[in-house]
Design a protein around this ligand. Structure first.
Ligand SMILES: [Zn+2]
Length: 212
């Protein structure tokens, strides 16, 4: 009589196969989570406001070698040092830290050593693949990564950390992976290419809700 064929399950090898299959599935899922949002077309432009206090007039400018669409903001009246920097629109803070190095330019030592890059900075994800950036802040940001912020919420104060000649706010709007022309209060700023030095003056309508 032929005995029943006994099969000895190959335990360790089976387990290895299961582990490999699970690992593969996890890798595909991770790739989908990272890549799929990048393939989604950007949503409509959020109604951004100037990143400074309601009713204040600021000069928005650029200069050769800045970068297309980059905006430097200087107040038309009073000192730039320490002025509140506000969120242009609601979103989630994705970066709140140091870009490059801080250098040593402070209100007490405005000609101190220049740093590198953006200094203290904040980046906000507004959803729909729209993002804003705020550079050269005076002190560590008042917000932290992962925090939800409302439009008009204070992110920090104007300073001159990083590669900055004088206290000002360097500001950018990004759609998907591109830097785009900044819009404020429903209108394009007009700050586009950086071939020449030019500026425009705009009044902030980043006002508390329910007020003019
Ligand atoms: Zn700048």
């Amino acid at each position: 009589m032929l005995g029943a064929v006994t099969t000895q399950p190959d335990g360790p090898r089976d387990r290895r196969r299961v582990v490999l299959a699970l690992g593969g599935a996890a890798a595909v899922l991770a790739l989908a989570v990272v890549v799929v949002p990048l393939l989604r077309p950007p949503g409509p432009r959020p109604p951004f406001q100037l990143p400074v206090s309601c009713g204040e007039r600021w000069r928005l400018g650029t200069y050769p070698g800045h970068d297309d669409y980059d905006v430097d903001l200087f107040p038309t009246e009073g000192d730039a040092w320490g002025r509140p920097v506000l969120a242009s629109y609601a979103g989630t803070v994705t970066v709140a830290g140091i870009n490059g190095s801080l250098g040593g330019r402070t209100p007490d030592n405005p000609k101190g050593p220049r740093g590198r890059g953006g200094g203290y900075w904040v980046k906000i994800d507004h959803g729909g693949r729209w993002e804003t950036q705020y550079l050269h802040l005076l002190e560590p940001p008042l917000v932290r990564a992962g925090q939800r912020v409302a439009r008009g919420e204070q992110l920090g104060r104007v300073g001159s950390t990083g590669n900055s000649g004088a206290p000002h706010l360097h500001y950018e709007q990004h759609r998907g992976r591109e830097k785009v022309e900044t819009w404020f209060d429903g209108s394009p700023s007009g700050i586009t290419d950086d071939d020449t030095e030019y500026s425009v003056t705009v009044m902030s309508n980043n006002c508390p809700t329910g007020r003019p």
